[in-house]
Design a protein around this ligand. Structure first.
Ligand code: DUC
Ligand code: ZN
Ligand code: ZN
Ligand code: ZN
Length: 475
């Protein structure tokens, strides 16, 4: 037989096109696109369904060691299983260096944490918190060549942040070696100053987390990151952009021809500062950094998605349980907002929310949906064209959507290990009915159908924006 699997009669959608064709799969790869392709061992009828590239969640946190006693509820097993049920076929979590630790040790440790656990494929970003001589001269250049071609840096958090000189050093390194730098852009001193004022006046509930993490501090740090990257002449990506002011900075940079990229997340479309002010301690469920803002910010984020200011839409899944971590048992019933772990879950709900709220409600085109959730992250992080598109030679990572199916988000139906979802009760139209990773079914109608250990580690190539202009693979 010519194929292992044939996906027939579906409406294929890529970042640029929508067309009817059958997909022939052999040994986990797409080997034919067309009509009347021939015999297959297994035929999947996709009549009435949209066939999209499997999602790439290029920003999520799984089993990341943390300094402060908090633990992540999801490791690679539950995290990737949950992602698969939401139509995602590749995740990119972070191998985080602790200050004083070698970067190599952090990467090795992260391989131990992920080995044999994953349902779907995965690559690593690194987090660089301690850019010593050895890290800059030896470890980073070697690791980038070995397939870890992107890393995140922080401008805030005492145990993570780099100063401007350190940022310039790592940006220069990224330029020399061809890496993508992701920046958490918030001004640490602005946060510390506002936190002190709020604490003095007794304003320590979850709502004040959003006040302390001001959009002015986010905008200032974003502008600084853009300026430092311009000085060094290197591409940079601002992660988890929360709203209007940072979008203005990114748009300004892009209009000047700078290679500045932007990422946003479901929380900035669906939540506002009001959610942090919910009854009792429930606001803690919505604490993330940067925090959700206001309805005008939500509107600006939608506009940025459609107009191309944003290239990447990620979950920023940060799996902290409410009951024993989000401030309750860890720091008492009424923990200071400073002690509430920053981050919310979202691996499984990322694609369904953007599909329903974006595509079905006609705020973004379906081709833009594919670009934001699969194709662009693959290109920006060096996984394209193996991942992120439907083309001959690409991995058979596919997700088949019923664009009219109705459902309601219930945490009880999700497959992560977090004890809540910030989107409980949200009604959705459109859902992934069948998801394949390298030709193997990994989820069906929202339920997992694979085993831990199928997912492979992916080495990342040089990110496309970091390649010389005019290179054959283009962007
Ligand atoms: N940054 C992230 O990327 N995720 C969670 C919290 C944070 O500050
Ligand atoms: Zn961050
Ligand atoms: Zn994150
Ligand atoms: Zn289930």
């Amino acid at each position: 037989q010519r194929f292992d699997t044939l996906v027939k009669n579906g409406l294929i959608t890529t970042a640029v096109d929508t067309y009817y064709a059958d997909i022939g799969i052999k040994a986990g790869r797409i080997v034919a696109l067309g009509h009347e392709l021939g015999e297959a061992a297994e035929v999947i009828d996709a009549e009435g369904l949209w066939v999209l590239p499997g999602g790439i969640d290029a920003h999520c946190h799984l089993d990341q060691p943390l300094g402060d006693g908090a633990v992540m509820a999801d490791g690679f097993f539950s995290g990737t299983r949950s992602a698969a049920c939401g139509g995602t076929t590749t995740v990119m979590p972070f191998a985080a260096q602790q200050k004083g630790q070698s970067l190599r040790a952090a990467v090795d440790d992260y391989h131990r944490r992920s080995e044999g656990q994953a349902f779907i494929d995965y690559a690593f970003h690194m987090i660089v918190t301690d850019p010593t001589e050895t890290v800059l001269k030896e470890e980073l250049p070697a690791l980038i060549k070995e397939g870890y071609s992107s890393f995140k840096i922080y401008m805030t958090y005492d145990d993570l942040k780099l100063n401007d000189r350190e940022i310039l050093n790592v940006l220069a390194l990224a330029r020399r070696e061809g890496a993508m730098v992701m920046v958490h852009a918030e001004n640490a001193d602005c946060i510390a100053y506002l936190t002190e004022l709020l604490t003095e006046s007794g304003n320590t509930g979850p709502y004040y987390h959003g006040v302390a993490h001001s959009s002015i501090g986010e905008r200032e740090a974003s502008h600084r990151a853009i300026s430092l990257a311009e000085l060094v002449d290197v591409p940079v990506l601002i992660v988890h952009v929360s709203g209007t002011q940072t979008i203005e900075q990114i748009r300004w940079a892009q209009s000047r021809g700078l290679r500045v990229y932007g990422e946003t997340c479901p929380q900035y479309l669906m939540l506002t500062a009001k959610d942090l002010d919910r009854d009792g301690f429930d606001g803690a469920k919505y604490v993330c950094s940067p925090p959700p803002r206001d309805p005008a910010a939500q509107e600006a984020v939608w506009q940025g998605l459609e107009s191309g200011v944003f290239q990447v839409f990620s979950s920023d899944h940060a799996p902290f349980r409410f009951e024993d971590v989000k401030g309750k048992k860890l720091h008492g019933e009424h923990a200071h907002f400073e002690h509430i772990p920053n981050g919310i879950p979202g691996l499984e709900t990322r694609l369904p929310i953007l599909f329903s709220e974006g595509v079905v409600k006609e705020r973004i085109d379906v081709t833009r949906f594919v670009a934001l959730t699969a194709t662009n992250p693959a290109k920006i992080y060096g996984l394209y064209p193996r991942k992120g598109t439907i083309a001959i030679g690409s991995d058979a990572d596919l997700t088949l959507w019923d664009a009219t199916a109705k459902s309601t988000i219930r945490n009880a139906d999700l497959h992560h290990a977090v004890d809540y979802t910030p989107y409980e009760g949200l009604e959705l139209t459109g859902r992934p009915m069948l998801t394949l990773c390298r030709g193997r079914v990994v989820s069906r109608a929202g339920e997992p159908e694979n085993e831990a250990g199928y997912g492979e580690f992916l080495k990342c190539d040089t990110p496309q924006p970091a390649r010389p202009r005019g290179n054959a693979k283009g962007f």
